[in-house]
Design a protein around this ligand. Structure first.
Ligand code: ARG
Length: 459
């Protein structure tokens, strides 16, 4: 037989390329801590079940602790034949504590082991992601409050639409990020569920106490079916989905800022810390951080498609295909950490130019307010829409703006236009009128900020 853990029934050697094709240690070694934690809990459960003596369990738990120290110090020596993190740690354990190390894997399979390791690891990563998103939300709330008086054009179809507060735009994106955070929060208990004690697929014959193992590992429950426990990777998919949607939201936010930082707009300017120059054009300051955030959204969405495609069509329980999920998961998690932290850096340092925003406000953006003026005098909105449209047309025909039309001009359109119509020509008034919950009035935006802060305080 070969030296492999599973080598008993083998006589032939593995093809060297196959060796490389099959191994996951180069990437799954980053799970060393979770693999050891899971094994320590399992050793204790075996002792509780009477399979290990307390002394044997202690020897194993201590030996695993030594291995953890080796990994931490960068001193763990990977040997040929270490296929994955599970076999590497077990091989080292036996070197350290002798043949008793060979008792650790009793009733266990790498199938329930690997799923446990990744779930434990992912719980920690999702918690870090949530802390990063919370920081982004905090910055958004702080800026929104500090800059609540800044008005800017709001767009639909990227066409001038209505006056909004810069803070209202910012809290729009924060609202989406908050839902992303809630999605991450809500999926956590489904990730934080224990597969261990499922064996290869059929269950554990040594009657280990799975509830005990779950408690030892800080997990909230046990997977209810041993075949499902080793079979599914939905916890990977839903985490990548939530992360991917967060990146999609950040990509749209970045796209707005890329437009706002362009020459014709000039509403914002990225700080030097998050921009780059051109090798040829000396004047250039490009919003690379934002463009990369936009690009990473595509990359992460690709990872989501990748894991979906890997899982689809695999027969029930474990298949080696699943190993392909991990690098996509790692890439996603690493990318999201960077994206959120860079976005937070961009947002906390970007300079806004309120005068440029103000000069983007055009008279026609008050056409709706003009229609609403007549509504308040009792004219049905559908008619006022036409009257205001006629005023827009009149100004367009004369090559002037709505501001330049006299009350006499407006009276030719509708007799209820009187002197007080001049009050309509005020962008701040337009914003302040929209004072319902969620609107762009100062009070309403500050209320959105306050609610965001209480969410952050409660989470
Ligand atoms: N490296 C493997 C994976 O990531 C571990 C599980 C291997 N299990 C097995 N029965 N071959 O999926």
């Amino acid at each position: 037989s070969t030296k492999k853990l599973w080598g008993g029934r083998f006589t032939g050697k593995t093809d060297p390329l196959m060796e490389k094709f099959n191994e996951s240690l180069p990437f799954d070694k980053r799970l060393w801590a979770e693999d050891i934690k899971g094994s320590q809990a399992y050793a204790k459960a075996l002792a509780k079940a009477g399979i290990l003596t307390q002394d044997e369990a202690n020897t194993i738990v201590t030996g695993l602790g030594t291995i953890a120290e080796e990994w931490k110090a960068g001193a763990f020596v990977i040997k040929q034949g270490d296929e994955d993190i599970h076999t590497a740690n077990e091989r080292r354990l036996t070197e350290l504590v002798g043949s008793v190390g060979g008792k650790l894997h009793t009733g266990r399979s790498r199938n329930d082991q690997v799923a446990t390791d990744y779930r434990l690891w992912l719980v920690g990563q999702v918690e870090v992601m949530r802390a990063e998103v919370a920081e982004l939300l905090r910055v958004a709330a702080d800026r929104s409050e500090a800059e609540v008086d800044v008005l800017m054009p709001g767009f639909t179809h990227l066409q001038n639409a209505m006056t909004v507060r810069w803070s209202h735009w910012l809290m729009c994106h924060a609202a989406a990020w908050q839902r992303d955070d809630m999605r991450l929060r809500d999926l956590l208990p489904r990730v934080n569920t224990l597969p261990l004690g499922s064996g290869a697929l059929a269950g554990n014959p040594f009657l280990v106490d799975r509830q005990f193992i779950a408690r030892e590992l800080g997990m909230v429950g046990v997977c209810p079916n041993s075949m499902d426990a080793v079979s599914d990777r939905d916890f990977v998919i839903e985490t990548i989905f939530a992360a991917s949607l967060l990146c999609t939201h950040l990509s749209r936010w970045a796209e707005d800022l890329i437009i706002y930082s362009s020459g014709p707009f000039g509403y914002v300017q990225c700080s030097d810390a998050y921009a780059t120059g051109s090798s040829l054009m000396p004047q250039k300051k490009n919003p690379d951080a934002l463009e990369l955030i936009r690009g990473k959204g595509g990359r992460v969405a690709g990872n989501l498609m990748g894991v979906m495609a890997v899982l689809k069509g695999t027969p029930t329980t474990y298949n080696k295909d699943f190993q392909e999920c991990w690098e996509l998961l790692f890439d996603t998690v690493d990318t999201v950490h960077d994206v959120v932290r860079i976005a937070t850096g961009v947002l906390s340092t970007i300079r806004i130019k309120p005068d440029r925003m103000k000069s983007g406000l055009s008279a026609d953006m008050l056409a709706t307010d003009l229609a609403e003026y007549l509504v308040r005098k009792g004219v049905p909105f559908r008619e006022t829409h036409h009257h205001s449209g006629a005023a827009v047309k009149m100004a367009e025909d004369r090559g002037c703006t709505l501001f330049d039309l006299s009350v006499a001009d407006l009276k030719t359109i509708h007799p209820l236009f009187t002197e007080d119509v001049s009050a309509v020509w005020d962008f701040n008034r337009s914003a302040e009128m929209r004072d319902t919950e969620g609107g762009t009035s100062r009070r309403s935006v500050l209320e959105q900020v306050a609610k965001m802060r209480s969410y952050l305080g409660a989470e």
